[in-house]
Ligand binder design. Structure first.
Ligand SMILES: [Zn+2]
Length: 393
């Protein structure tokens, strides 16, 4: 029986490379169309385009010269592409969900808060937004996921923790006399991790991972004020496992002690309104007692481990103060008290000069005074705060 000519190795390889290139083209087209409809402009397309450009060029090179290409070359390029493709699809999925399923005010308020804090941190690169089963930040694309379906103002502090991871990587300092840019937070955490390895039985990597988490906590405390530790204790911490480290994260006890140290350091920062002493007051009269009321047993303040954690929180605040514009520090004061009091009355808009962070802070202050208000009023205040967040700044 006569058979048709079979494809040779080069034809099969060329076919697979061609399919990979066609997939990438289609993905970029989906991104272009969905992001254009969402009105988010060209920034995301450029970011993904740049991430895909190198691998696309390599694939094109293989396609142009199939007789010298190896199967392993194709597999290596596919391995590099997989995480970027996953991020791209997550971004498109997030945009589609924003359009059809998610609360518009929540998405806009989140974007508003994160963009505002990115600028106040002096960082040029903004974060992209998508959705998943838990919050996380992918450093390669700077894409942050929020937790589906947690679309209330109460979820926003966790997003600022994720922004803290972004800030750690993207805060830059000019170093003299070379006039090069260094990453002061990355350097600081690296040195602290080595010091910790030398005096304990944790590996340097684990110490660095934990310090990164603690820095993200301190960043969120610095930018959101007491709202962040309150939200952690109310919504996230697992107090009866308080002495267990969680692998990727340090123990909740250590996280809370570090945040308390940060609040004390923040209270000593110079401020034009002279209100910063309230941070320490809040730490001692609200955050610490609330943590105890969950059943957690914090180490006594004179315990060396507690002192070390508190000092690390203070160090991180000093790093932030030295490397970010002055207005990143949460503007605590009477304005926020007034805002909190009025939230349940559905105000038409925030007072002039209110920042998105202040609205989130005010919402948590309201919660502190009305934690037993019931779901209906709590949801109402969340909606009110999200709307004000969109209008703030
Ligand atoms: Zn984290």
């Amino acid at each position: 029986m006569a058979t048709a000519a079979l494809p040779d190795r080069n034809a099969l390889l060329a076919g697979r490379i061609g399919q990979e290139l066609a997939d990438l083209k289609l993905m970029m087209r989906a991104l272009r169309e969905v992001s254009a409809e969402a009105g988010i402009g060209k920034a995301a397309q450029q970011r993904f385009g740049m991430l895909l450009a190198d691998a696309t060029g390599q694939l094109q090179g293989l396609a142009d010269d199939p007789q010298h290409a190896r199967w392993a070359d194709l597999a290596a390029e596919q391995d590099k592409l997989t995480p970027v493709k996953r991020e791209l699809l997550a971004f498109v999925q997030g945009l589609l969900m924003q359009r059809s399923v998610l609360e518009r005010d929540f998405v806009e308020a989140t974007t508003r808060l994160l963009d505002d804090l990115t600028i106040r941190s002096g960082i040029k690169r903004d974060v992209l937004l998508s959705v998943d089963v838990s919050e996380f930040l992918a450093p390669s694309t700077s894409m942050m996921r929020f937790r589906f379906t947690d679309t209330t103002v109460w979820a926003l502090p966790s997003m600022v923790h994720e922004l803290g991871h972004h800030a750690a990587n993207h805060l830059l300092a000019e170093t003299k006399p070379e006039y090069l840019y260094s990453r002061p937070v990355v350097a600081h955490l690296g040195t602290a991790a080595v010091a910790e390895r030398d005096v304990s039985d944790v590996t340097e990597k684990k110490a660095r991972d934990w310090l990164n988490e603690l820095f993200a906590d301190v960043y969120a405390t610095y930018a959101l004020g007491p709202a962040y530790p309150l939200s952690v204790i109310a919504l996230r911490a697992v107090p009866d496992g308080f002495d267990d480290d969680l692998g990727t994260h340090p123990s909740w006890n250590r996280r809370v002690v570090t945040m308390l140290g940060a609040l004390h350091e923040m209270s000593e920062r110079p401020s034009s309104t002279d209100q910063n002493a309230r941070f320490a007051l809040f730490a001692d009269s609200v955050v610490e007692p609330l943590w105890r009321s969950t059943g957690a047993e914090p180490l006594p303040p004179d315990d060396p481990a507690a002192q070390q954690s508190a000092e690390q929180g203070r160090d991180m605040v000093r790093k932030l103060a030295a490397n970010t514009p002055a207005d990143l520090l949460y503007p605590i004061g009477a304005d926020v008290d007034r805002l909190a009091t009025g939230l349940a009355e559905q105000p038409a808009g925030p007072p002039d000069g209110t920042t998105p962070a202040q609205v989130v802070g005010a919402a948590w202050l309201w919660w502190l005074n009305h934690w037993n208000a019931g779901r209906w009023l709590t949801d109402q205040v969340s909606r009110s705060a999200l709307r004000l967040c969109v209008m703030a700044g």
